[in-house]
Design a binder for this molecule. Structure first.
Ligand code: ADP
Ligand code: MG
Length: 234
């Protein structure tokens, strides 16, 4: 599937990723938990090709894609839902979805129907401007827009950001459905609740690398996670 080995990346002289390694299991949702500023967005952008790796290797289905352009990665099926949603506020829901499908040209009605079956609320709102949706609905639209490309690997950059707890739960269900439909999911988050909802595997990110990768129930109940995220001392 997607393999990240010894990845380095940063901004100018500042290195943020220090030899990060992680392998995604096919058709499995992996969540990387890490605090604000640890480099989660940097990792997403390096995997999607928006930031150049300074060392290490990213391969997808056995093919080295470390130097591939962002567009080539999207065509290969690696698609990112960016931090902060970034829907087009003045376009309707349907127009936003249509733009998501650009890699395949003009989407047919089937493509919309598939998305509307997954997210009925977007069908109800299809003629509304995206800027009028609630935060949770906008995040759902961002997710749906990415799905219009029929991704193999979906990268989700902190989908809980700025959402009320109820909206986080809504998005969690949506992401779960996507994962259950067979898409390999890599989500970076600092929200433990959302991680618990979605993750089959969890990795902890600290000091620019992944530590403690394993089955979600084991990693989430580990002392390291309990202490860092719940302030529990055991
Ligand atoms: N465009 C940039 N230029 C310089 N430094 C940046 C840039 N973007 C992020 N950083 C720095 O890189 C570090 C990691 O940021 P980021 O990947 O956004 O973390 P996270 O998503 O985990 O909050 C932070 O110290 C941040 O200030
Ligand atoms: Mg971030």
């Amino acid at each position: 599937m997607l393999n990240i080995e010894g990845l380095g990346a940063g901004y100018g002289k500042m290195t943020i990723l220090h030899g990060l390694s992680l392998s995604l299991h096919p058709r499995t949702a992996t969540v990387i938990l890490g605090p604000n500023g640890v480099g989660k967005t940097t990792l997403c952008r390096t995997v999607s090709g928006l930031i150049r790796a300074t060392r290490g290797r990213i391969s997808f289905e056995g093919r080295d894609i470390t130097g591939a352009s962002p567009a080539a990665r999207v065509r290969a099926g690696i698609v990112q839902v960016p931090e902060g949603r970034q829907v087009f506020p003045d376009l309707t829901v349907r127009e936003n979805l249509r733009l998501g499908a650009f890699v395949h040209g003009m989407p047919d009605q089937d493509a919309f129907d598939r998305i509307y079956a997954l997210f009925p609320i977007l069908l109800q709102r299809q003629s509304q401007k995206a800027g009028l949706l609630s935060g949770g609905e906008q995040q759902m639209l961002a997710l749906a827009r990415a799905l219009m490309t029929r991704p193999r690997v979906l990268l989700l950059d902190e989908p809980s950001q700025g959402l009320a707890p109820m909206a986080v739960e809504l998005i969690g269900h949506a992401i779960k459905q996507v994962a259950e439909s067979g898409v390999t999911v890599l989500m970076v988050e600092q929200n433990l609740k959302l991680a618990e909802m979605v993750a089959q595997r969890v990795a902890i990110m600290e000091h620019g690398a992944c530590t403690l990768e394993g089955p979600a129930n084991e990693v989430l109940s580990s002392d390291a996670v309990q202490n860092a995220y719940l302030g529990k001392k055991r």
